[in-house]
Design a protein around this ligand. Structure first.
Ligand code: UT7
Length: 333
């Protein structure tokens, strides 16, 4: 039987207009542009403003543009998966809301939460649906309105996160391109270092939880940093070795954008020079599930059919992993 691979056949991303730069943050908390830049590599992040606006609005813009770019009508989509930690509501799924707003009617859709690794978890999940032969057009969205869970009085987290999202189209191919391998991991013991204390079933929202500011991101930065540096680099090297990839074989590393120092450490371990690493953290900060599609979108015109690309992420859970894919198209063709 001919092997079916799932290939990315289109990419689009979207960020809101409003830019929150380091200078504005200097007025909000005790920090400096210099501290933020040297410790994280971030200068600006985009923020979604407007009453009633949520992650589905980021995802909807990304998907609308994706359908246009790939010349796909909403009725043709079979499945939509949305990776997010900031769903519009506890339920229904943001994927359902995006599908409704875009006019996707003949598909099933669901959310997937794996914190900052959500986009690569969703991509691997979607690729299995495509490989089954049953699903021909699958949309994977990664989007987060992080500003909805950021405490803008906490200087250790508010400088990091931004809002944004992206979406890819996955389709079957019998060519040797598309998603070829993945290595995904999780360790729930890491939850103590990075979580949101209240608002879930273990601690529902109450006056007390609001007063105690427990509906925001809680992060022990240094502890997370140590795990992120080690695990993201280890899993990226693992996927290289498993596929006999030398550093010269890799066209691009697409790392989750959490901290420039974590990205550089991963690239060093993989033996990659800077030109082969997609980095845009300086302009978007950490958009959680949006980071990888935002990078792919920005580099789309440079990617060539057959390019070996490694996606890598680390995030809350802990969750982490890497995906090896061969890019499936030339931008102008
Ligand atoms: O994407 C999900 C996974 N998340 C991550 O991968 C994030 C991993 N962690 C990090 O990126 C870094 O740990 C942070 C950026 C969060 C913090 O950077 P750091 O270099 O680890 O700083 P630190 O926590 O060790 O703090 C160093 C100092 C402290 O002061 P003292 O105790 O040395 O006097 C902090 O209070 O910097 C202080 N500090 C700040 N100073 C100015 C913390 N935040 C700020 C700030 N501005 N915004």
């Amino acid at each position: 039987m001919t092997k079916i691979n799932a290939a990315i056949t289109g990419i689009n991303a979207w960020v809101p207009d409003y830019i929150l730069d380091n200078k504005e943050l200097e007025k909000m908390v005790d920090t400096t542009d210099e501290w933020i830049l040297t410790r994280t590599g971030i200068s600006e992040r985009h923020i979604l403003k407007g009453e009633g606006k949520g992650t589905s609005d980021l995802g909807t813009e990304a998907v609308k543009g994706l359908l246009k770019k790939t010349n796909t009508s909403p009725e043709e989509v079979d499945l939509l998966i949305c990776a997010t930690v900031t769903p519009d509501m506890q339920f229904p799924a943001t994927a359902n809301i995006i599908s409704d707003k875009v006019g996707i009617k003949n598909a099933f859709s669901f959310d997937l939460n794996a914190a900052c690794s959500g986009f690569i978890y969703a991509l691997e999940t979607a690729s299995k649906f495509v490989q089954s032969g049953q699903y021909k057009k699958v949309v994977v969205v990664g989007a987060d309105k992080m500003s909805s869970i950021v405490d803008y009085t906490d200087r250790t987290t508010c400088i990091i996160f931004g809002d944004g999202g992206g979406a890819v189209m996955l389709e079957p191919t019998t060519e040797n391109v598309g998603i070829l391998d993945s290595a995904l991991y999780s360790d729930g013991a890491g939850r103590v270092h990075l979580h949101q204390k209240a608002g879930g079933s273990a601690k529902p929202a109450s006056h007390e939880t609001v007063d105690a500011r427990e509906h925001y991101i809680y992060q022990e930065g240094q502890a997370v940093f140590k795990f992120a540096v080690t695990n993201m680099a280890d899993v990226s090297v693992e996927i290289m070795e498993r596929n006999n990839l030398k550093s010269e074989d890799i066209a691009y590393l697409v790392p989750h954008q959490a901290n420039l120092r974590i990205i550089e450490a991963t690239a060093r371990r993989m033996g990659l020079e800077k030109e082969k690493v997609m980095i845009n953290i300086q302009r978007y900060g950490n958009t959680t599930n949006g980071t990888i599609p935002l990078c792919l979108h920005e580099w789309e015109s440079k990617l060539k059919k057959g390019d070996n690309v490694v996606l890598a992420a680390f995030g809350g859970g802990f969750t982490w992993g890497a995906i090896y894919l061969k890019w499936a198209y030339d931008f102008n063709s």
